[in-house]
Design a protein around this ligand. Structure first.
Ligand SMILES: [Zn+2]
Length: 359
């Protein structure tokens, strides 16, 4: 039994807490607090920058810097209007499919840190003219029912314009090795970077490079946090860790699947945000072959990751991305096949050990 298999309970429970933590873009305090408490024993320094990136540091010896990145934010919603009867209207934060919303439970966080809850409603079909019944409803036309009868009652629950919210479902085990959670994009990446810091601290892997772990803010609204963080860190090599679009399910033909669950870590060659330099792809591929884990390339040219904003920082930074395949990302419930995470971590450890070859 490998070390990680023995520690599975620890990692699964950490993923549960990470996924359940409230963290729409720019409101990731709960996620940062959990991460900072977890990694404190394994790093020399932790700081938070002006945007909300949480940056941890482990010194090396060769004067070269390695940046490991995972984003802390999840897609969410934001209160934009409260009517006299206490119904809320919301704006979207990040990339949603507007057809996803009706009937879901939502959790908002008030300005004074209280959570309040509601359900998303819509005009029922029997009231709509036939022509409109066929049309997709825009996010702005849904409403949220908090159970309040007046604007004052909504305010008493904590509601005010600008409150961030999520579609909120708790982590659960579907069956052995298959988990369901609201925010595996990208808390599974956070778990990967946390696990790498642990492996470095415990001597499971080593590197001569300075290691900077960036838990990035606001990826879901346009890769906003990682670029400025990379500017400050000025890394020689950077790797973003993600939860990505596993789409091996009904309705998606093989030639349109960015990647598949149960096929191991996903190496990015090219997406909409970055064309990864060949030597980075080659090193990752080499590491996958050495470790013997199954691996796959993400089908060009879907999606985008923080590697996109990192590689454009400063005078250009060598950046790549390794992701764990998750089904149904950008929905309230994402699935993860646990061995995909274990294999991602095995590959990531080897890549960290060999990253100096790229510096
Ligand atoms: Zn992501």
């Amino acid at each position: 039994m490998t070390e990680i298999a023995m520690d599975k309970t620890y990692y699964v429970s950490l993923l549960e807490r990470l996924s359940n933590a409230f963290g729409p873009s720019n409101y990731e305090d709960d996620v940062r607090t959990l991460i900072a408490e977890t990694i404190k024993p394994w790093v020399k320094d932790i700081r938070q920058d002006a945007l909300g990136n949480l940056i941890a540091f482990r010194p090396g010896t060769n004067g070269k810097r390695l940046m490991l990145d995972a984003h802390t934010d999840e897609i969410g919603i934001m209160v934009r209007h409260i009517d006299s009867r206490g119904f809320l209207r919301f704006a979207t934060i990040g990339g949603w499919d507007d057809r996803m919303f009706p009937g879901h439970r939502v959790t908002f966080k008030s300005r004074d840190g209280r959570f309040y809850h509601g359900v998303i409603g819509m005009t029922p079909p029997h009231v709509l003219p036939p022509a409109q019944r066929e049309k997709a409803i825009a996010a702005e036309d849904y409403f949220v029912d908090l159970g309040a009868e007046t604007a004052d009652e909504a305010a008493a629950l904590g509601a005010s314009v600008g409150d961030p919210g999520t579609l909120s479902y708790p982590f659960m085990k579907l069956k052995d090795d298959v988990y369901l959670g609201k925010a595996f994009d990208d808390r599974v990446g956070c778990l990967t970077v946390i696990s790498l810091l642990k492996a470095l601290a415990e001597g499971d892997i080593t590197t001569d490079m300075d290691v900077y772990a960036n838990f990035a803010t606001s990826e879901e609204v346009g890769l906003r946090g990682a670029g400025p963080a990379a500017f400050g860190i000025d890394p020689h090599v950077a790797i973003a860790f993600e939860g990505t679009i596993g789409s091996d399910f009904p309705g998606v033909p093989e030639e349109k699947r960015p990647c598949a669950q149960r096929k191991g870590p996903v190496i990015t060659i090219a997406d909409k945000s970055v064309l990864v330099p060949r030597r980075m792809i080659d090193l990752m591929t080499d590491c996958a072959r050495e470790t013997g884990v199954p691996y796959q390339y993400k089908m060009p040219i879907y999606g985008g990751t923080n590697a996109g904003s990192i590689h454009m920082s400063r005078a250009g930074i060598l950046a790549g991305c390794i992701a764990t395949p998750c089904r149904y990302i950008h929905s309230p419930n994402t699935t993860l096949y646990w061995p995909d995470f274990e294999n991602t971590l095995t590959l990531a450890k080897r890549v960290v050990s060999r990253a100096h070859e790229l510096a």
